[in-house]
Write a protein that binds this ligand. Sequence first.
Ligand code: N01
Length: 504
Amino acid sequence: MSPTAVTRKTAARRSRAARGKVKPADVLIVGAGFAGLGTAIRLLAAGIDNIVILERGSEVGGTWRDNSYPGAACDIPSNLYSFSFAQNPQWSRGYSGSGEILGYIRHLVAHYKLGRLIRFGHTVTGLAFDAEQGVWNASLAGGGVVSARAAVMAQGPLSNASFPDIAGIERFKGHKIHSARWDHGYDFTGKRVAVIGTGASAVQIIPELVGKAARLKVFQRTPAWVLPRLDYSAPDWSKAVFRRVPATQSLVREVMYWAHESMAFGMIWNTPMTTLLQGVSSRFLRRQVRDPWMRRQLAPDFRIGCKRVLMSSDYYRALQRDNCELITWPIAGIVEKGIRTSEGLEHQVDCIVFATGFEVSKSGTPFPITGLDGRKLGAEWARGAQAYKSVNVAGYPNLFMTFGPNSGPGHNSALVYMESQIDYIVRGIGTILRQDLKQLDVRAEAQVRYNKGIQKRLATTNWNSGCKSWYLTEDGYNATMYPGFATQFKRQMKTFAQQDYRAL
Ligand code: N01
């Protein structure tokens, strides 16, 4: 079919939908990244196939489509950073790069025949619940509405690149690149380059750029705890064994899962293991960096685990290359030719790489969401988000979230958490369809009870021990992380307690 015919067909469907003549789908999913596609796979397995996936991009993959900067890789081993129900015996490395992860996601789409469910170029601008019909209406940029009996938010927490609020940023005449929107056409060879930020993305980019740029200046605001990443190239024999005897790969995954679970003792809570992990990281810094002054600049002054622990074996080495300079003076502003630091120096560069993270919706919502009686989720979450078991919010029936409030891990694979949320969501949606419900709404008291428990447990974690991170709102409220083991999270998601819901 020609692109014009597709556009005509889409326009006709949108206008029929706008006139309310299209029967609602059973489920609409916002986003075709890991979470949205995983939800679709599990819904299909449960016999629910009237699904629409609305994707604003022109490709699947979410964060792994967007983060294609040089060196982009996962800092969780691939055998664990993949779905347990779709293991990949072909992973080429211990920690695969973004291209290979994107290849895995594309394989999922082809294998489970998800392409027919996805509408690309469909940006959701709002979700509103029609209580009379028991239907969510998703309005789209450019007009049109898609309706479904249940809606799943799978737009990802790290989908909107964040340029920092630095004075003069618009005045810079050189090239600007954000880590999550890489410009593959820009040639760094022989250029003077600045990298702002020293988080998880920066420590992967810097070792790559230092080999190409003439000079690299790294602007660090807060040094982080770094642990070595023990990467390896997977030998052919292990791939063959995984292919022929899948149970061996499940076993390896299980071992990795428990190894990561054990890290929670030191990363989530302040225990003797916290001191041990800090010792390992400090020793790594001492062994890798010879200059005591530089070591002091790179030493964190907060508890390990409070901010995301960085996994890199080549970051410290890259900082010590002759063409690299670590700058720890605060940035005063950006000027036409570069970056001015607070001691008055102007660092002239050709290109600034912003490895400055994402706009995370710790408060508010990515677009307006209107629930029962016109209530707005953005307003209710203005001072920090909260939900029941991270997936449902009272007053917003039939709405489910992946990566919802307080479901973030600091020590284990995000996909483990995501998988258990997905299975919970499938059970919720199955209940709506099987019992032909117009509304399945979590009870406010169940949500309050759940959140009181979460916030009480968070108070004693390392995340809430005084550092600044994207996990916390400006006033220190943690709506991001789950204060416990992945095993506890999985256990709570196993039970779908219908008595905690109002069914209509
Ligand atoms: O972003 P970040 P990221 N002036 O927010 C600095 C995931 N991830 O893209 O620490 C100067 O962590 C900021 O400084 P500070 C992972 O969950 C996963 O690196 O706030 N500096 C910090 O150094 C991760 O947590 C993988 O003081 C400014 C950096 O920019 C999340 O993505 C790989 C500044 C931002 O760090 C985000 O990581 C990569 C300013 N105005 C990422 N504003 C995996 O491997 C910000 N900074 C799975």
